[in-house]
Design a protein around this ligand. Sequence first.
Ligand code: NAD
Length: 510
Amino acid sequence: MSILERETPRGALAEKTVEHWVGGASYAGESTRTGPVYNPATGVVAREVRLATSADVDAAVQTAKAAFPGWADTSWAKRQQVMFAFRELLNARKDEVAAILTAEHGKVTSDALGEVARGLEVVEFACAMSSHAKGEFSENVSTGVDVYSLRQPVGVVGIISPFNFPAMVPLWFFPIAIAAGNTVVLKPSEKDPSAANWLAQLMKEAGLPDGVLNVVHGDKEAVDALLTHPDVASISFVGSTPIARYIYETASKNGKRVQALGGAKNHMLVLPDADLDLTADAAVNAGFGSAGERCMAISVVVAVEPVADELIAKISERMSGLTVGDGTRGCDMGPLITKEHRDKVAGYLDVAQQDGATVVVDGRGVHADGAADGFWLGPTLIDKVSTSSKVYQDEIFGPVLSIVRVSSYDEGLELINASRYGNGTAIFTNDGGAAKRFQREVQVGMIGINVPIPVPVGHFSFGGWKDSFFGSAKAYGPEAVNFFTREKAITSRWLDPSHGGINLGFPQHE
Ligand code: NAD
Protein backbone atom coordinates (compact mmCIF):
# COMPACT_ATOMS: atom_id res chain seq x y z
CA MET A 1 0.00 0.00 0.00
CA SER A 2 1.44 3.41 -0.90
CA ILE A 3 1.74 6.15 1.69
CA LEU A 4 -0.96 8.10 -0.08
CA GLU A 5 -3.45 5.25 0.15
CA ARG A 6 -2.68 4.58 3.79
CA GLU A 7 -5.20 6.00 6.24
CA THR A 8 -3.20 8.33 8.48
CA PRO A 9 -4.17 8.44 12.16
CA ARG A 10 -5.38 11.95 11.56
CA GLY A 11 -6.88 11.06 8.18
CA ALA A 12 -5.87 14.41 6.69
CA LEU A 13 -6.27 13.37 3.07
CA ALA A 14 -9.56 11.60 3.71
CA GLU A 15 -11.38 14.86 4.58
CA LYS A 16 -13.61 16.27 1.83
CA THR A 17 -13.52 19.72 3.45
CA VAL A 18 -10.49 21.00 5.31
CA GLU A 19 -11.91 22.71 8.39
CA HIS A 20 -10.25 25.08 10.85
CA TRP A 21 -8.57 23.68 13.98
CA VAL A 22 -9.57 25.70 17.03
CA GLY A 23 -9.36 24.77 20.71
CA GLY A 24 -7.88 21.36 19.90
CA ALA A 25 -10.72 20.25 17.63
CA SER A 26 -12.03 20.62 14.11
CA TYR A 27 -14.07 23.82 13.80
CA ALA A 28 -16.39 24.66 10.90
CA GLY A 29 -17.18 28.21 11.99
CA GLU A 30 -19.89 30.26 10.35
CA SER A 31 -18.46 30.63 6.85
CA THR A 32 -20.12 28.96 3.89
CA ARG A 33 -17.31 30.03 1.54
CA THR A 34 -14.83 27.37 0.44
CA GLY A 35 -11.92 27.20 -2.00
CA PRO A 36 -10.65 24.33 -4.15
CA VAL A 37 -7.60 22.29 -3.17
CA TYR A 38 -6.08 20.60 -6.22
CA ASN A 39 -3.84 17.63 -6.64
CA PRO A 40 -1.45 19.43 -9.03
CA ALA A 41 -0.27 16.14 -10.52
CA THR A 42 -3.79 15.27 -11.73
CA GLY A 43 -5.37 18.71 -12.07
CA VAL A 44 -8.37 17.41 -10.11
CA VAL A 45 -9.99 19.19 -7.16
CA ALA A 46 -9.22 16.73 -4.37
CA ARG A 47 -11.02 18.57 -1.54
CA GLU A 48 -12.34 21.94 -0.47
CA VAL A 49 -10.96 24.25 2.18
CA ARG A 50 -13.12 26.39 4.44
CA LEU A 51 -12.45 30.13 4.00
CA ALA A 52 -12.88 31.92 7.33
CA THR A 53 -14.93 35.03 7.99
CA SER A 54 -13.58 37.65 10.37
CA ALA A 55 -15.90 36.18 13.03
CA ASP A 56 -14.22 32.78 12.58
CA VAL A 57 -10.82 34.42 12.99
CA ASP A 58 -12.11 36.18 16.10
CA ALA A 59 -13.22 32.82 17.54
CA ALA A 60 -9.70 31.43 17.02
CA VAL A 61 -8.08 34.53 18.52
CA GLN A 62 -10.38 34.46 21.55
CA THR A 63 -9.54 30.77 22.05
CA ALA A 64 -5.81 31.54 21.86
CA LYS A 65 -6.28 34.51 24.20
CA ALA A 66 -8.06 32.34 26.77
CA ALA A 67 -5.28 29.72 26.58
CA PHE A 68 -2.50 32.30 26.95
CA PRO A 69 -2.34 32.89 30.74
CA GLY A 70 -2.15 29.18 31.58
CA TRP A 71 0.43 28.42 28.88
CA ALA A 72 2.57 31.47 29.69
CA ASP A 73 2.61 30.35 33.34
CA THR A 74 3.61 26.79 32.45
CA SER A 75 7.26 26.17 33.33
CA TRP A 76 9.96 26.22 30.68
CA ALA A 77 10.64 22.56 31.52
CA LYS A 78 7.05 21.49 30.82
CA ARG A 79 6.80 23.53 27.62
CA GLN A 80 10.05 22.02 26.41
CA GLN A 81 8.82 18.51 27.18
CA VAL A 82 5.99 19.11 24.71
CA MET A 83 8.52 20.23 22.10
CA PHE A 84 10.69 17.14 22.68
CA ALA A 85 7.64 14.88 22.30
CA PHE A 86 6.59 16.76 19.15
CA ARG A 87 10.10 16.38 17.73
CA GLU A 88 9.99 12.62 18.25
CA LEU A 89 6.50 12.26 16.76
CA LEU A 90 7.31 14.44 13.75
CA ASN A 91 10.51 12.57 13.04
CA ALA A 92 8.77 9.18 13.36
CA ARG A 93 5.81 10.15 11.15
CA LYS A 94 7.46 12.44 8.62
CA ASP A 95 6.40 10.18 5.76
CA GLU A 96 2.75 10.98 6.54
CA VAL A 97 3.19 14.73 6.27
CA ALA A 98 5.46 14.29 3.24
CA ALA A 99 2.60 12.42 1.54
CA ILE A 100 0.26 15.34 2.27
CA LEU A 101 2.81 17.81 0.84
CA THR A 102 3.16 15.78 -2.35
CA ALA A 103 -0.60 15.38 -2.71
CA GLU A 104 -1.42 19.09 -2.34
CA HIS A 105 1.75 20.92 -3.39
CA GLY A 106 3.07 18.42 -5.93
CA LYS A 107 6.71 18.38 -4.77
CA VAL A 108 8.39 15.00 -5.06
CA THR A 109 8.60 12.79 -1.96
CA SER A 110 12.35 13.27 -1.38
CA ASP A 111 11.91 17.05 -1.54
CA ALA A 112 8.92 16.89 0.82
CA LEU A 113 11.01 14.91 3.32
CA GLY A 114 13.77 17.53 2.97
CA GLU A 115 11.26 20.24 3.84
CA VAL A 116 10.28 18.37 7.01
CA ALA A 117 13.94 17.85 7.94
CA ARG A 118 14.61 21.60 7.75
CA GLY A 119 11.51 22.23 9.87
CA LEU A 120 12.75 19.71 12.43
CA GLU A 121 15.90 21.82 12.89
CA VAL A 122 13.75 24.63 14.25
CA VAL A 123 11.81 22.26 16.51
CA GLU A 124 15.14 21.07 17.91
CA PHE A 125 16.19 24.67 18.50
CA ALA A 126 12.88 25.25 20.33
CA CYS A 127 13.57 22.25 22.60
CA ALA A 128 16.23 24.42 24.28
CA MET A 129 14.18 27.62 24.56
CA SER A 130 14.87 28.12 28.27
CA SER A 131 18.53 28.42 27.37
CA HIS A 132 17.96 30.65 24.31
CA ALA A 133 15.63 33.01 26.17
CA LYS A 134 17.46 33.22 29.45
CA GLY A 135 18.11 36.63 30.92
CA GLU A 136 21.27 38.34 32.09
CA PHE A 137 22.46 39.38 35.54
CA SER A 138 24.88 42.10 36.60
CA GLU A 139 25.77 42.15 40.24
CA ASN A 140 26.58 45.37 42.16
CA VAL A 141 26.19 47.76 39.20
CA SER A 142 25.91 50.44 41.84
CA THR A 143 26.73 49.86 45.49
CA GLY A 144 24.35 47.12 46.63
CA VAL A 145 22.31 47.31 43.43
CA ASP A 146 21.85 44.41 40.97
CA VAL A 147 20.34 44.57 37.47
CA TYR A 148 18.91 41.59 35.65
CA SER A 149 16.69 40.87 32.69
CA LEU A 150 14.10 38.28 31.85
CA ARG A 151 12.09 37.47 28.74
CA GLN A 152 8.33 36.88 28.66
CA PRO A 153 5.95 35.86 25.85
CA VAL A 154 4.15 38.57 23.86
CA GLY A 155 0.64 37.01 23.80
CA VAL A 156 -1.39 35.74 20.83
CA VAL A 157 0.80 35.58 17.71
CA GLY A 158 -0.45 35.38 14.13
CA ILE A 159 1.41 33.40 11.46
CA ILE A 160 0.53 33.64 7.74
CA SER A 161 2.32 31.22 5.45
CA PRO A 162 2.75 30.64 1.68
CA PHE A 163 1.95 27.63 -0.50
CA ASN A 164 5.48 26.57 -1.34
CA PHE A 165 6.51 25.22 2.08
CA PRO A 166 3.23 24.13 3.72
CA ALA A 167 5.06 22.43 6.61
CA MET A 168 8.48 24.07 6.87
CA VAL A 169 7.38 27.70 6.98
CA PRO A 170 4.82 27.15 9.80
CA LEU A 171 7.60 25.19 11.55
CA TRP A 172 9.91 28.21 11.21
CA PHE A 173 7.63 30.08 13.61
CA PHE A 174 5.20 28.17 15.83
CA PRO A 175 7.67 25.92 17.72
CA ILE A 176 9.69 28.95 18.91
CA ALA A 177 6.57 31.03 19.61
CA ILE A 178 4.94 28.22 21.61
CA ALA A 179 8.07 27.16 23.47
CA ALA A 180 8.44 30.81 24.53
CA GLY A 181 4.95 30.72 26.07
CA ASN A 182 2.84 32.38 23.36
CA THR A 183 -0.37 31.06 21.86
CA VAL A 184 -0.83 30.94 18.09
CA VAL A 185 -3.30 31.47 15.29
CA LEU A 186 -1.82 30.07 12.06
CA LYS A 187 -3.32 30.97 8.66
CA PRO A 188 -1.69 28.67 6.08
CA SER A 189 -1.97 28.99 2.32
CA GLU A 190 -5.44 28.05 1.11
CA LYS A 191 -3.80 26.22 -1.83
CA ASP A 192 -2.34 23.39 0.31
CA PRO A 193 -3.93 23.67 3.76
CA SER A 194 -3.91 20.10 5.12
CA ALA A 195 -0.32 19.97 6.39
CA ALA A 196 -1.04 22.73 8.93
CA ASN A 197 -3.94 20.76 10.43
CA TRP A 198 -1.79 17.65 10.56
CA LEU A 199 0.95 19.52 12.43
CA ALA A 200 -1.55 21.05 14.88
CA GLN A 201 -3.02 17.63 15.60
CA LEU A 202 0.46 16.22 16.14
CA MET A 203 1.18 19.01 18.65
CA LYS A 204 -1.95 17.93 20.53
CA GLU A 205 -0.70 14.34 20.54
CA ALA A 206 2.60 15.65 21.90
CA GLY A 207 0.75 17.06 24.90
CA LEU A 208 0.07 20.67 23.89
CA PRO A 209 -2.98 22.01 25.74
CA ASP A 210 -6.01 22.81 23.58
CA GLY A 211 -6.18 26.38 22.35
CA VAL A 212 -2.42 27.03 22.30
CA LEU A 213 -2.07 26.30 18.56
CA ASN A 214 -5.06 27.12 16.34
CA VAL A 215 -5.34 26.99 12.56
CA VAL A 216 -7.75 29.12 10.52
CA HIS A 217 -7.97 28.68 6.79
CA GLY A 218 -8.86 31.47 4.44
CA ASP A 219 -7.91 34.21 2.08
CA LYS A 220 -7.62 38.00 2.30
CA GLU A 221 -10.65 38.28 4.61
CA ALA A 222 -9.03 36.02 7.20
CA VAL A 223 -5.64 37.71 6.83
CA ASP A 224 -7.12 41.19 7.27
CA ALA A 225 -9.01 40.04 10.35
CA LEU A 226 -5.72 38.88 11.90
CA LEU A 227 -3.82 42.02 10.91
CA THR A 228 -6.37 44.33 12.53
CA HIS A 229 -7.40 42.21 15.53
CA PRO A 230 -6.72 44.09 18.78
CA ASP A 231 -5.83 40.89 20.66
CA VAL A 232 -3.11 39.77 18.21
CA ALA A 233 0.31 40.91 19.41
CA SER A 234 2.49 40.03 16.44
CA ILE A 235 2.38 38.92 12.81
CA SER A 236 4.88 36.62 11.12
CA PHE A 237 4.34 36.51 7.35
CA VAL A 238 6.01 34.72 4.46
CA GLY A 239 4.86 35.23 0.86
CA SER A 240 5.22 37.43 -2.19
CA THR A 241 6.68 40.93 -1.97
CA PRO A 242 3.53 42.99 -2.69
CA ILE A 243 1.59 41.11 0.00
CA ALA A 244 4.56 41.24 2.43
CA ARG A 245 4.69 45.02 2.06
CA TYR A 246 0.93 45.26 2.64
CA ILE A 247 1.14 42.99 5.70
CA TYR A 248 4.02 45.00 7.16
CA GLU A 249 2.27 48.34 6.69
CA THR A 250 -1.17 47.18 7.89
CA ALA A 251 0.00 45.22 10.92
CA SER A 252 2.43 47.99 11.93
CA LYS A 253 -0.37 50.58 11.71
CA ASN A 254 -2.36 48.33 14.03
CA GLY A 255 0.41 48.38 16.61
CA LYS A 256 1.79 44.87 16.10
CA ARG A 257 5.30 43.50 15.90
CA VAL A 258 5.78 42.38 12.31
CA GLN A 259 8.26 40.23 10.43
CA ALA A 260 7.28 39.92 6.75
CA LEU A 261 9.46 37.85 4.41
CA GLY A 262 8.85 38.54 0.73
CA GLY A 263 9.77 37.30 -2.73
CA ALA A 264 13.14 36.76 -4.35
CA LYS A 265 15.26 36.65 -7.48
CA ASN A 266 18.43 34.83 -6.54
CA HIS A 267 21.63 35.14 -8.60
CA MET A 268 24.50 32.68 -8.86
CA LEU A 269 27.72 34.45 -9.85
CA VAL A 270 30.10 32.08 -11.66
CA LEU A 271 33.72 33.22 -11.91
CA PRO A 272 35.98 31.88 -14.69
CA ASP A 273 38.05 29.81 -12.25
CA ALA A 274 35.05 27.82 -10.95
CA ASP A 275 34.79 24.06 -11.45
CA LEU A 276 32.14 24.13 -14.19
CA ASP A 277 30.95 20.55 -13.68
CA LEU A 278 30.21 21.10 -9.99
CA THR A 279 28.76 24.52 -10.79
CA ALA A 280 26.43 23.05 -13.43
CA ASP A 281 25.25 20.40 -10.95
CA ALA A 282 24.52 23.11 -8.39
CA ALA A 283 22.71 25.35 -10.89
CA VAL A 284 20.43 22.51 -11.98
CA ASN A 285 19.70 21.39 -8.40
CA ALA A 286 18.99 24.91 -7.17
CA GLY A 287 17.14 26.04 -10.29
CA PHE A 288 14.74 23.13 -10.74
CA GLY A 289 14.30 21.54 -7.29
CA SER A 290 10.66 21.85 -6.20
CA ALA A 291 9.94 23.03 -9.78
CA GLY A 292 11.65 26.33 -8.97
CA GLU A 293 8.93 27.17 -6.43
CA ARG A 294 11.42 28.03 -3.69
CA CYS A 295 12.21 31.49 -2.39
CA MET A 296 15.88 30.41 -2.33
CA ALA A 297 15.87 28.87 -5.83
CA ILE A 298 18.60 30.09 -8.14
CA SER A 299 16.78 31.82 -10.99
CA VAL A 300 19.64 33.72 -12.64
CA VAL A 301 23.13 32.41 -13.43
CA VAL A 302 25.49 35.36 -13.92
CA ALA A 303 28.32 33.91 -15.99
CA VAL A 304 31.58 35.86 -16.08
CA GLU A 305 32.99 35.35 -19.58
CA PRO A 306 34.51 33.36 -21.13
CA VAL A 307 32.65 30.54 -19.28
CA ALA A 308 29.04 31.02 -20.48
CA ASP A 309 29.02 28.73 -23.55
CA GLU A 310 30.73 25.84 -21.76
CA LEU A 311 28.55 26.24 -18.65
CA ILE A 312 25.34 26.35 -20.69
CA ALA A 313 26.36 23.15 -22.48
CA LYS A 314 26.94 21.39 -19.15
CA ILE A 315 23.66 22.66 -17.65
CA SER A 316 21.68 21.63 -20.76
CA GLU A 317 23.22 18.18 -20.72
CA ARG A 318 22.14 17.67 -17.10
CA MET A 319 18.65 19.03 -17.80
CA SER A 320 18.12 16.45 -20.52
CA GLY A 321 18.34 13.75 -17.83
CA LEU A 322 15.71 15.26 -15.51
CA THR A 323 12.42 13.42 -15.16
CA VAL A 324 9.15 15.26 -14.50
CA GLY A 325 6.02 13.68 -13.09
CA ASP A 326 3.80 12.73 -10.20
CA GLY A 327 5.83 13.25 -7.04
CA THR A 328 5.10 9.75 -5.74
CA ARG A 329 6.77 8.04 -8.71
CA GLY A 330 10.41 8.80 -8.03
CA CYS A 331 10.73 11.62 -10.58
CA ASP A 332 13.11 14.55 -10.14
CA MET A 333 10.54 17.31 -10.41
CA GLY A 334 6.78 17.61 -9.87
CA PRO A 335 4.08 19.89 -11.27
CA LEU A 336 3.44 23.56 -10.51
CA ILE A 337 0.88 24.55 -7.91
CA THR A 338 -2.06 25.60 -10.15
CA LYS A 339 -2.95 25.79 -13.82
CA GLU A 340 -2.99 29.62 -13.65
CA HIS A 341 0.50 29.67 -12.20
CA ARG A 342 1.80 27.16 -14.76
CA ASP A 343 0.35 29.27 -17.60
CA LYS A 344 1.82 32.46 -16.13
CA VAL A 345 5.28 30.91 -15.82
CA ALA A 346 5.09 29.45 -19.35
CA GLY A 347 4.10 32.92 -20.62
CA TYR A 348 7.58 34.18 -19.72
CA LEU A 349 9.01 32.06 -22.52
CA ASP A 350 7.07 34.15 -25.04
CA VAL A 351 8.31 37.31 -23.34
CA ALA A 352 11.88 35.99 -23.51
CA GLN A 353 11.61 35.38 -27.25
CA GLN A 354 10.03 38.80 -27.87
CA ASP A 355 12.85 40.43 -25.89
CA GLY A 356 15.56 38.75 -28.00
CA ALA A 357 16.71 36.08 -25.54
CA THR A 358 17.48 32.52 -26.64
CA VAL A 359 15.35 29.68 -25.26
CA VAL A 360 17.94 26.92 -25.03
CA VAL A 361 15.68 24.31 -23.36
CA ASP A 362 11.91 24.77 -23.67
CA GLY A 363 9.88 23.07 -20.91
CA ARG A 364 6.50 23.59 -22.57
CA GLY A 365 6.60 20.31 -24.45
CA VAL A 366 7.55 18.19 -21.46
CA HIS A 367 6.42 14.54 -21.34
CA ALA A 368 5.43 14.13 -17.72
CA ASP A 369 5.00 10.83 -15.92
CA GLY A 370 1.54 11.71 -14.65
CA ALA A 371 -2.02 12.63 -15.57
CA ALA A 372 -2.65 14.62 -18.74
CA ASP A 373 -4.30 17.48 -16.82
CA GLY A 374 -1.49 17.89 -14.27
CA PHE A 375 0.04 21.37 -14.08
CA TRP A 376 3.24 20.45 -15.90
CA LEU A 377 6.06 22.59 -17.13
CA GLY A 378 9.48 21.10 -17.76
CA PRO A 379 12.86 22.60 -16.85
CA THR A 380 13.56 25.62 -19.01
CA LEU A 381 16.83 27.42 -19.78
CA ILE A 382 17.01 30.90 -21.31
CA ASP A 383 20.29 32.45 -22.46
CA LYS A 384 21.23 36.08 -23.18
CA VAL A 385 18.48 37.44 -20.94
CA SER A 386 18.49 41.23 -20.89
CA THR A 387 18.27 42.91 -17.48
CA SER A 388 15.56 45.17 -18.93
CA SER A 389 13.33 42.15 -19.72
CA LYS A 390 10.51 41.13 -17.37
CA VAL A 391 12.04 37.64 -17.51
CA TYR A 392 14.95 39.09 -15.55
CA GLN A 393 13.08 41.56 -13.38
CA ASP A 394 10.07 39.50 -12.22
CA GLU A 395 10.08 36.71 -9.69
CA ILE A 396 8.89 33.93 -12.04
CA PHE A 397 8.68 31.21 -9.34
CA GLY A 398 8.87 28.24 -11.67
CA PRO A 399 11.42 25.95 -13.37
CA VAL A 400 12.96 28.70 -15.48
CA LEU A 401 16.68 29.40 -15.25
CA SER A 402 18.04 32.54 -16.92
CA ILE A 403 21.62 33.14 -18.01
CA VAL A 404 23.05 36.65 -17.99
CA ARG A 405 26.53 37.09 -19.41
CA VAL A 406 28.93 39.64 -17.89
CA SER A 407 32.55 40.49 -18.55
CA SER A 408 33.88 40.84 -14.99
CA TYR A 409 33.28 40.22 -11.29
CA ASP A 410 32.55 43.93 -10.85
CA GLU A 411 29.90 43.91 -13.55
CA GLY A 412 28.27 40.84 -11.98
CA LEU A 413 28.33 42.36 -8.51
CA GLU A 414 26.82 45.62 -9.76
CA LEU A 415 24.01 43.71 -11.47
CA ILE A 416 23.17 41.70 -8.33
CA ASN A 417 23.25 44.79 -6.14
CA ALA A 418 20.92 46.63 -8.54
CA SER A 419 18.21 43.97 -8.07
CA ARG A 420 15.29 45.06 -5.94
CA TYR A 421 15.39 41.69 -4.23
CA GLY A 422 18.04 40.59 -1.74
CA ASN A 423 17.02 37.21 -0.40
CA GLY A 424 19.79 34.77 -1.35
CA THR A 425 22.78 34.67 -3.68
CA ALA A 426 25.77 32.44 -4.35
CA ILE A 427 29.25 32.75 -5.77
CA PHE A 428 31.01 29.82 -7.42
CA THR A 429 34.77 30.17 -7.45
CA ASN A 430 38.00 28.62 -6.15
CA ASP A 431 39.38 32.08 -5.37
CA GLY A 432 39.09 32.69 -1.63
CA GLY A 433 39.89 36.38 -2.02
CA ALA A 434 37.06 36.87 -4.51
CA ALA A 435 34.64 35.03 -2.24
CA LYS A 436 35.62 37.23 0.72
CA ARG A 437 35.09 40.34 -1.37
CA PHE A 438 31.70 39.04 -2.46
CA GLN A 439 30.44 38.31 1.05
CA ARG A 440 31.38 41.85 2.08
CA GLU A 441 30.19 43.73 -1.00
CA VAL A 442 26.98 42.00 -2.05
CA GLN A 443 23.72 43.57 -0.82
CA VAL A 444 21.90 40.32 -0.02
CA GLY A 445 20.83 38.74 3.28
CA MET A 446 21.93 35.11 2.74
CA ILE A 447 25.06 34.22 0.79
CA GLY A 448 26.43 30.89 -0.40
CA ILE A 449 30.09 30.34 -1.21
CA ASN A 450 30.00 27.34 -3.53
CA VAL A 451 26.63 26.58 -1.86
CA PRO A 452 23.69 27.33 -4.17
CA ILE A 453 20.84 27.35 -1.62
CA PRO A 454 22.31 28.99 1.48
CA VAL A 455 19.38 28.51 3.88
CA PRO A 456 20.96 29.06 7.31
CA VAL A 457 20.84 26.17 9.75
CA GLY A 458 18.20 26.40 12.52
CA HIS A 459 20.36 28.13 15.13
CA PHE A 460 21.08 31.07 12.80
CA SER A 461 18.27 33.31 11.51
CA PHE A 462 16.69 33.39 8.03
CA GLY A 463 15.82 36.53 6.11
CA GLY A 464 16.73 38.68 3.14
CA TRP A 465 17.39 42.35 2.47
CA LYS A 466 15.64 45.01 0.37
CA ASP A 467 12.22 44.00 -1.07
CA SER A 468 12.69 40.45 0.21
CA PHE A 469 12.15 41.44 3.84
CA PHE A 470 10.12 43.95 5.83
CA GLY A 471 10.68 44.30 9.55
CA SER A 472 13.68 43.96 11.82
CA ALA A 473 13.61 40.42 13.30
CA LYS A 474 14.30 37.58 10.88
CA ALA A 475 12.72 34.12 11.03
CA TYR A 476 13.87 31.43 13.49
CA GLY A 477 17.19 31.35 15.39
CA PRO A 478 18.19 34.07 17.85
CA GLU A 479 16.20 36.84 16.13
CA ALA A 480 13.01 34.81 16.57
CA VAL A 481 13.69 34.44 20.28
CA ASN A 482 13.68 38.23 20.57
CA PHE A 483 10.65 38.56 18.28
CA PHE A 484 8.50 36.16 20.28
CA THR A 485 9.48 37.50 23.72
CA ARG A 486 9.58 40.87 25.46
CA GLU A 487 12.43 41.77 27.75
CA LYS A 488 12.04 43.18 31.22
CA ALA A 489 15.00 44.80 33.00
CA ILE A 490 14.88 44.77 36.80
CA THR A 491 16.97 46.99 39.06
CA SER A 492 17.02 45.65 42.62
CA ARG A 493 18.51 46.40 46.01
CA TRP A 494 17.76 45.25 49.55
CA LEU A 495 17.41 48.31 51.74
CA ASP A 496 19.60 49.07 54.73
CA PRO A 497 19.87 52.28 56.78
CA SER A 498 22.61 53.70 54.51
CA HIS A 499 19.97 54.11 51.74
CA GLY A 500 17.96 56.66 53.73
CA GLY A 501 17.70 60.41 53.07
CA ILE A 502 15.95 62.68 50.58
CA ASN A 503 17.59 63.38 47.18
CA LEU A 504 15.44 64.56 44.24
CA GLY A 505 18.32 64.31 41.73
CA PHE A 506 18.21 61.77 38.90
CA PRO A 507 19.52 58.44 40.28
CA GLN A 508 23.22 57.93 39.55
CA HIS A 509 25.26 54.82 40.07
CA GLU A 510 27.99 54.98 42.68
P1 NAD B 1 1.25 34.89 -1.53
O1 NAD B 1 1.83 36.21 -1.17
O2 NAD B 1 0.29 34.84 -2.68
O3 NAD B 1 0.46 34.27 -0.26
C1 NAD B 1 1.06 34.19 1.00
C2 NAD B 1 -0.04 34.24 2.06
O4 NAD B 1 -0.72 35.50 1.93
C3 NAD B 1 -1.09 33.15 1.90
O5 NAD B 1 -1.44 32.66 3.18
C4 NAD B 1 -2.25 33.88 1.24
O6 NAD B 1 -3.52 33.35 1.62
C5 NAD B 1 -2.11 35.29 1.75
N1 NAD B 1 -2.58 36.29 0.77
C6 NAD B 1 -2.57 36.18 -0.58
N2 NAD B 1 -3.09 37.30 -1.14
C7 NAD B 1 -3.42 38.13 -0.12
C8 NAD B 1 -3.97 39.44 -0.06
N3 NAD B 1 -4.30 40.12 -1.17
N4 NAD B 1 -4.17 39.99 1.15
C9 NAD B 1 -3.84 39.32 2.28
N5 NAD B 1 -3.31 38.08 2.28
C10 NAD B 1 -3.09 37.49 1.10
O7 NAD B 1 2.48 33.89 -1.75
P2 NAD B 1 2.43 32.41 -2.28
O8 NAD B 1 2.14 32.44 -3.74
O9 NAD B 1 1.61 31.56 -1.40
O10 NAD B 1 3.95 31.96 -2.03
C11 NAD B 1 4.99 32.23 -2.94
C12 NAD B 1 5.71 33.51 -2.59
O11 NAD B 1 6.24 33.42 -1.27
C13 NAD B 1 6.90 33.78 -3.49
O12 NAD B 1 6.94 35.15 -3.77
C14 NAD B 1 8.09 33.37 -2.62
O13 NAD B 1 9.30 33.99 -2.95
C15 NAD B 1 7.62 33.78 -1.29
N6 NAD B 1 8.34 33.09 -0.24
C16 NAD B 1 9.28 33.77 0.44
C17 NAD B 1 10.01 33.13 1.41
C18 NAD B 1 11.06 33.87 2.18
O14 NAD B 1 11.56 33.32 3.14
N7 NAD B 1 11.42 35.09 1.84
C19 NAD B 1 9.78 31.78 1.70
C20 NAD B 1 8.80 31.11 0.99
C21 NAD B 1 8.08 31.78 0.00
